[in-house]
Each structure stands twice: as C-alpha cells, then as structure tokens.
Ligand binder design. Structure first.
Ligand code: NAD
Length: 493
C-alpha cells in the first residue's frame, strides 16, 4: 500500500479507547482518561480509559473466576489449541489495522508494524497454541510399588506489565505461554501504547476465548500498574520495562503476597568487531540496523560498537555512508526506515544524552541534531571518542545513538563488552569461528550473535543477565515460567 492508502485507511479504522475487562470494552469506573498522543504530529488519537485499583480489582476478579471455574484451564487441550490458532488467524486477517494502530500511536514505520510486529504476534499465539497438545509431563524413577508423577500446573492469575517499544510483540510473549499453560491474564500496557493490544484482545473473544480469561487494563504505571503488581490475587507479575520500575515490581511483590516476579529489563548491547572480520560491508549495514531499527528503542539494541583500532576508521566510514542513505520520516510512508521516537518525553531524554557530547572529547561522526518544539525525529547518530565510564557508554539512551570504542587485544575487547551493568545481548564479528566462539562463550549476555545481529524467532529464549533481568520470554522454556511443578506420589502396593 502507498502512503496515501495508509493515511486513508487510518481515517476509516476505529480507535479503541476503553479497557477490556471480562470480554467487554468498559470505561474506568472513575471515568478518568489520559491522552493517547501520536508522535508523528502530536495529535490526540484518543482519550483512553485510565484504570486504577478499582478497575484492576474488576479485571483480576474476572480472571480469577475463570481460573477457578476451569472454563479455560480445564478445557480439553485440543480445544484450547483450536481457539489459539483461530485467534492467530484473526490477528493475521486484521494485521494491517493492528499495524496502523501501533504506527499511529508509537511512530514505528508502517513497513515494520505491518511486516513484522502484527504478524509476529500471530506467529507467537499460533506457536504456543500448537505447543498445548505436544508437551508431556514426567514420571520419576520411583520404587517399583510407587508411581511418582511430576506435572506442571498453571499458577493462576498472571499480571503482565509491558512497555511501549514493542507493545504487542512483548505482550504476546507473555500472553502466549501464560494462556497455553492454562492461566488467566490481566495485562497493563504502557500508557504510550494502549490501542493495538485492545483490538487483539477483542479478536480473542471472536476466536472463542472465554470472557475474562484475557483482560487489558489501560492506565498509568504508578496507578494501574502498581495496583496489579500489589494485588493479592495475582500469582505472578511478568514485567518488561526499565530497571528502576523492575526494582519496584520486586518491592510490590515483597510488600503484598510474595508473588513470583519475572523481569525483562534494559540493555546496552555491544557489537564487537575483531580485526579478522571478513565482510566489513555486511558488518556495517548489520550494525546500523542493530541500533537504528525502531529508532534505537529496542531493549537489545546494539548501542555500543567495540572495534579493533586497526579497522575503526574503515568501519565508521562505512557506517556513516550506510546511514547517510537511511530514510527518516513519516512512519506512514512504507519507504520510511526510521520514524519519530515515541514521545516528547523520550525525545527530551535522548537529547539530554546528546548534550553530553563534547564535554570529554566526544564528537559526532554522524547526526547529532537535537529536535525541538513538537519534533520527535532524530538523525541516526554516531558518536566517537567516548570514555568507557561515561554515561553515554554505561547508560541505556533508548534512541538512535551508537557510541564507538576501540581495543587492541581480544581480552581488552571482552572487558569493554562485559563492562556495563547490563547483559541482554551482544554480537561478535570474526572470520575465525574458533576465535569468535571462544569470545562468545565469555560474553555475559542472554543472547550472543556471531557474524550477525538481532536474528530471532519465538523458537529461542530471550532475556538477560545482570541488570538486564532474569526472566526468559519465548521458546518452550517460557512455559516453565507460567507453571509450577507438582509431585503426585501414589502407593501402588
Ligand atoms: P517503564 O519501565 O517506564 O514502563 C514499563 C511498564 O511499567 C509500563 O506499562 C509502565 O506503565 C509500567 N510502570 C511504570 N511505572 C510503574 C510503577 N510505578 N508501577 C507499576 N508499573 C509501572 O519502561 P518503558 O519506558 O515503557 O520501556 C522502555 C524500557 O523497557 C527500556 O529500559 C527497555 O530496555 C525495556 N525493555 C526491555 C525488554 C526486554 O525484553 N528485556 C524489551 C523491551 C523493553
């Protein structure tokens, strides 16, 4: 579709503005709303219901009722699977509308939301749906006159609190395995990205998901989010977001019912280029996509280039040349590669980091423009000369900004790569597979790529080490996060 067709479609679609509880769209009991603002032009897209503890109580009660009456948990696995597969089909059928809602609200290019995000959600729901009737429990090697069974039981009501950068994909990473294991879910989206997930929730009912099994409470973090994380009837909080809010989640759990907490937090992922890299052109374009995709608002964004000093000039020249052809602009244009960052608040946050450049000898090799007024559009930005202990290197900027560091030896490169509080992802580029593999083994990161970046699918786990959190989304392992092991020992004598 052309830009004009997307614009015209955006005028036809219904923008949801209520929360989704017990299978119905409802306003907040208090009547409160907040504005969903488009970063494209600061237009108010909708006045969205702003939930508080009363709305969270309603949603948790609906989820708890469905869990206890077994309407989902005890449904025949085959039937559960059929509903999840139907849901995935409906998401696919409506993926352009879902993509538009996301693009309008968070500014992500329509090529990405229609070509990746919305379809990835369908794939995740389908994948976990298919897993429902293919996973077996265990029988332990107990004495002959005993039968000791190890079964996985759902936990109950899962509270999912998710961010705005991949609002529906990350939501699906929680909803898919949680529902596949038979739990009921209450999800609190970020206040920056409420719309697309509401449409997906509605499609769940159309697919046959019983009312109350999946609920969405829109609202602010310290109101709806906190109420959910403190709720006494929530068995687990599955959180993706920033480190400071992750710490609060642990606190809320400790101060309420000791619910389980899974944390998927930020990152400052290194892209390490050794001196025997074979294809520097491929490395440069992959490194650029590894940071500038989604305007750098990706938890595992490869925001640090760590390059051998002998090839630094060549690599940075290639990077600058590549991003010189990058198309930054209107996210409704399918040719756009980088849209605005999500909000004026995020714009100001990124600007505050760009203001640090120059204070200790750093300089822009590319970009560096600080948008002002209503403008949320950055250039791809490349910064050289950063000191390893500077905030530019140590902190997550969450914008299209990459910093360059150099090294002489592999040991030095490893120390730089592992030298932040994060450990979400990393990459290493080398023509020598043994050297690359030895290096990869020593990287402290949940995902390591060799001679590539950001390859991923629902088939492999995703999560971090250290300050990047300890939870794991995706893959069959995620199912373990939404279940508890139960031993049932029978005396057969
Ligand atoms: P955030 O921590 O500000 O918000 C995340 C969610 O928590 C939102 O729904 C928000 O409303 C809610 N929240 C905020 N304050 C709260 C409170 N006091 N109590 C309860 N809930 C609260 O993060 P963000 O700005 O939405 O997202 C960006 C962050 O998410 C970055 O740090 C990024 O790296 C991280 N992230 C991590 C992963 C991963 O898988 N590791 C994936 C995507 C994003």
């Amino acid at each position: 579709m052309s830009r004009e067709q997307w614009v015209s479609k955006s005028k036809e679609i219904t923008i949801p503005n209520q929360m989704f509880i017990d299978g119905e769209f409802v306003s907040a009991v208090s009547g409160a709303t907040f504005d969903a603002i488009s970063p494209i032009d600061q237009r108010v897209l909708a006045k969205v219901a702003s939930g508080d503890s009363i709305d969270v109580d309603k949603a948790v009660a609906a989820a708890k009722r469905t869990f206890e009456n077994g309407v989902w948990r005890e449904l025949n696995p085959r039937d559960k699977k059929a509903i999840m597969l139907k849901w995935a089909d409906l998401i696919r059928e409506n993926h352009e509308e879902i993509a538009l809602l996301e693009t309008l609200e968070v500014g992500k290019p329509i090529g990405d939301t229609s070509g990746y995000d919305s379809l990835a959600v369908a794939r995740v729901i389908q994948w976990y749906g298919e897993a429902i009737d293919k996973r077996y429990d265990e029988i332990a090697p107990a004495p002959t006159n005993s039968l000791a069974m190890i079964t996985r039981e759902p936990l109950g009501v899962i509270g999912a609190v998710v961010p705005w950068n991949y609002p529906i994909v990350i939501a699906s990473w929680k909803i898919g395995p949680a529902l596949a294991m038979g739990n009921s879910v209450v999800l609190k989206p970020s206040e920056e990205s409420s719309l697309a997930i509401l449409r997906i929730a509605q499609l769940g009912i159309e697919a046959g998901l019983p009312k109350g099994v999946f609920n969405v409470v829109t609202g602010l973090g310290d109101q709806a989010g906190q109420a959910l994380a403190r709720h006494m009837d929530v068995a687990k909080i599955a959180f993706t977001g920033s480190g400071p809010v992750g710490k609060k989640m642990l606190q809320y759990a400790a101060e309420s019912n000791l619910k389980q907490v899974a944390l998927e937090l930020g990152g400052k992922s290194p892209q390490v280029v050794l001196d025997d890299v074979v294809d520097l052109d491929k490395a440069a374009s992959t490194i650029a996509w590894g940071i500038y995709y989604n305007a750098g608002q990706t938890c595992n964004a490869g925001s640090r280039v760590i390059v051998h000093e002998s090839i630094k000039e060549t690599l940075t020249a290639k990077l600058a040349e590549f991003v010189g052809n990058f198309k930054v602009g209107d996210p409704l244009d399918p040719m756009t590669q980088m849209g605005p960052v999500v909000s004026l608040k995020q714009r100001d946050r990124v600007n505050s980091y760009l203001e640090l450049v120059g204070a200790s000898g750093e300089k822009f090799l590319y970009g560096g423009k600080k948008p002002t007024g209503n403008d949320c559009y950055f250039e791809p930005t490349l910064i050289d000369g950063t000191k390893h202990d500077s905030r530019l290197v140590q902190e997550e900027i969450f914008g299209p900004v990459i910093v360059v560091e150099t090294f002489k030896s592999d040991a030095e490169a490893l120390a730089l790569a592992n030298g932040t509080n994060y450990g979400l992802a990393a990459s290493v580029w080398s023509g020598n597979i043994s050297r690359a593999h030895n290096f990869a083994r020593k990287l402290r990161a949940g995902t390591v790529w060799i001679n590539t970046f950001d390859m991923s699918d629902v088939i492999t786990p995703f999560g971090g080490f250290n300050g990047s959190g300890s939870g794991r989304d995706k893959s069959l392992h995620a199912l373990d996060g939404y279940s508890a092991l139960k031993t049932t020992w029978l005396d057969l004598s």
